[in-house]
Design a protein around this ligand. Structure first.
Ligand code: CTP
Ligand code: MG
Length: 359
């Protein structure tokens, strides 16, 4: 039994507002996730990409080709690139990156039982109504209606006819049905939901959380200015290899930790002479670029500065805004006194705690 899988990824993502197939979740593009889930059942995978992108190198198991303006055009191109010799052909949307291997296996098992065409589907939990011009015309019998997903499976010769028919449809099973083939339904899954608009993507993303902590002593000689989030508060300053900005450092540690990269010390050495007196907000910007390169976006930052002095209350809004300029996300900055306890309570230094969440 040989299975070829066509992954259609040549759409322009009009409703999403960009090429959603190349968006990343957990550091991996939707397309690559779809390919990974299809691999276990597929002897060969053909990916149809939008005209204009560079085609990655193909291998016998993974072939890249260009799609077309219509979905059926993209399917036809991919089917041609697949070549002969496959008993069954699956068609899968790159926009359904988390359809499980078990779902692929269910579709193939139905084909192996002799089904001509197979679609996964799930029941609608919502009541469904037929609406015309803003008015309900009819309440439908929900028990008879399903939502259809991909991967859809076809006996090779059935798909050959579907492609030959050269009709456009939102799924190929509709064309097989029009041609008179029986279309079998197998259980779909919520995981196989399609990414259509941007909020669909946020739902698929699991938030990642990171904790940042930093502590610096005040310079006993006064030194330079105290600097927090790049804002100057006058002397005494904090001792540090860079500008001693312990708020920027804790934010950097929190976002790097959430992304699984490490801490700020893993990126910037505190013995590097080039970093003496460095602008920590500049370093934070570089940390953010590392986080974004791994496919994450900063979702929220909650920071607490623990300090006996100076009085930070009136400046907290400005600190949040300075961080927001670098991170592009609203940042909450709070301040607490240590109530005279320990070294911080004795006014010997400042500590910061930051929790960051990434999507
Ligand atoms: N697709 C394709 N070729 C097309 C149109 C769609 O390969 N000409 C693919 C998409 O890349 C996607 C799948 O078909 O993986 C499902 O289509 P859809 O969700 O409609 O994606 P887009 O067409 O990209 O989005 P939109 O309709 O909002 O433009
Ligand atoms: Mg479309």
């Amino acid at each position: 039994m040989t299975v070829g899988t066509l992954i259609v990824a040549a759409g322009s993502g009009e409703r999403f507002g960009g090429l959603k197939q190349f968006e990343r979740v957990g550091g991996v593009t939707l397309l690559d996730s779809a390919i990974a889930h299809a691999r276990s059942v597929s002897n060969r995978i053909v990916v149809a990409l939008p005209v204009g992108v560079r085609l990655p190198d193909s291998t016998p198991e993974l072939v890249y080709t260009y799609g077309d303006d219509t979905r059926s055009g993209s399917v036809a191109n991919a089917f041609r690139a697949l070549g002969d010799g496959f008993d069954y052909v699956l068609i899968h949307d790159a926009a359904r990156p988390f359809a499980s291997e078990a779902l692929f296996e269910r579709v193939v098992a139905a084909l192996a039982r002799g089904c001509a065409a197979v679609v996964p589907a799930i029941a609608s939990a919502d009541t469904l109504k037929l609406v015309e011009q803003g008015m309900v015309r009819e309440t439908l019998d929900r028990s008879r209606i399903v939502r259809v997903q991909t991967p859809q499976g076809f006996a090779q010769e059935v798909l050959a006819e579907v492609v030959q028919a050269d009709r456009d449809a939102t799924d190929e099973a509709a064309i097989a049905e029009q041609l008179g083939y029986p279309v079998t339904v197998v259980a779909g899954e919520e995981l196989a939901a399609k990414v259509t608009v941007r909020s669909d993507l946020d739902r698929l993303r699991t938030p990642r959380v990171g904790l940042g902590f930093d502590i610096h002593p005040f310079d006993p000689d006064g030194g330079g200015d105290l600097i927090l989030a790049g804002e100057h508060f006058g002397p005494p300053g904090l001792v540090g290899h860079s500008d001693g900005d312990c708020l920027a450092h804790a934010v950097a540690d929190a976002i790097l930790g959430a992304a699984g990269i490490g801490g700020i010390g893993d990126l910037f050495s505190d013995t590097d002479p080039a970093l003496r007196g460095a602008d920590s907000m500049e370093l934070l910007g570089q940390c953010l670029r590392e986080v974004v390169a791994k496919g994450y976006q900063v979702h929220s930052i909650d920071a607490t500065i623990i300090a006996e002095r100076p009085r930070l209350g009136p400046s907290l809004g400005a600190l949040g805004q300075a961080l927001e300029v670098v991170l592009g996300t609203a940042v909450l900055v709070k301040a607490k006194r240590a109530e005279g306890l320990g070294a911080i309570g004795a006014g010997l230094g400042i500590a910061t705690l930051v929790v960051a969440s990434l999507l």
